[in-house]
Design a protein around this ligand. Structure first.
Ligand SMILES: [Zn+2]
Length: 84
C-alpha cells in the first residue's frame, strides 16, 4: 500500500465503502504516514463541513421561502408596520 493508492482510497475509506482488509490497510498506513493522515483529515473535514453546510443551507432555504410567502403579497405593508 503506497501513498498514491491510499490517497485514492481516502474518500471510500471515509464513507466506509472499502472491504475490511483494505480498510485496515489504509488505517495502518495512515497511522504511520503523516502526509496521508493530513490528506485524510482534510478530506474528512471537507466531508463534515459539506454535510453541515448542506443541512444549514436546506434549513435556510425553507426559512427563506416562509419569509417570502409572508412578505410578498398585499399585506406586505401591514407586516412591515406590525412589529412591536
Ligand atoms: Zn502515505
Amino acid at each position: 500500500m503506497n501513498c498514491k493508492i491510499v490517497s485514492e482510497f481516502i474518500a471510500p475509506y471515509i464513507n466506509l465503502e472499502l472491504s475490511d482488509e483494505t480498510h485496515a490497510q489504509i488505517n495502518t498506513h495512515l497511522e504511520k504516514c503523516p502526509n496521508c493522515k493530513i490528506e485524510y483529515q482534510a478530506q474528512l473535514g471537507i466531508c463534515r463541513l459539506l454535510s453541515e453546510k448542506l443541512e444549514r443551507l436546506e434549513a435556510h432555504q425553507g426559512l427563506k421561502e416562509q419569509i417570502m410567502k409572508k412578505t410578498i403579497g398585499s399585506n406586505k405593508r401591514s407586516l412591515c408596520f406590525s412589529e412591536k
